[in-house]
Design a protein around this ligand. Sequence first.
Ligand code: ZN
Length: 178
Amino acid sequence: MAKKMKIVTIPDPILRQASKPVGNIDKKIKQMVDSMLDLIGNGPDETRTGAGLSAIQVGKPLRLFIVYSPEGNPIVFINPQITKRSKTCVSGVPHGKQRYYEGCLSVPGFYAILKRPKAIKIHYLDLDGNVHEEKYSDFMACVIQHEYDHLDGILFIDRAKEQNAQIISEQEIDRQTK
Ligand code: ZN
């Protein structure tokens, strides 16, 4: 039995590490991705605990992350490179007509409304080693940029500080929405 994965949370210094490119996409990598999918819940929207997860968040400093599309399909990004970012930004994570707070499984209980480029172009490998270049916008673009930051040891709370955006606790959000 493989050792059960756990989410690494702040202030663990591993989260600040820059991750290394994935070499061979071998059985070990595929098993790691399976465990990551199990960890955040490979099921319907309501049972999932996050929209994305980077390998560094389970203690593996590799340039790999997974993102669930709003339709609930997991997409695996290996050795990704964002090659273009739109000048237009969105404030808050767009999902339909709503804008959501950005949060992170590694920073439990805290959220912020961040500005991020609305659209990106990203180059990456899938689990079979096939090369992809895709454009993403809105929800997917935000989640991908959040995960991409993890590869360089950057957390959303750093972006919040850069942007002078308020970091807000879950309790405060609950109070506001009551
Ligand atoms: Zn995160």
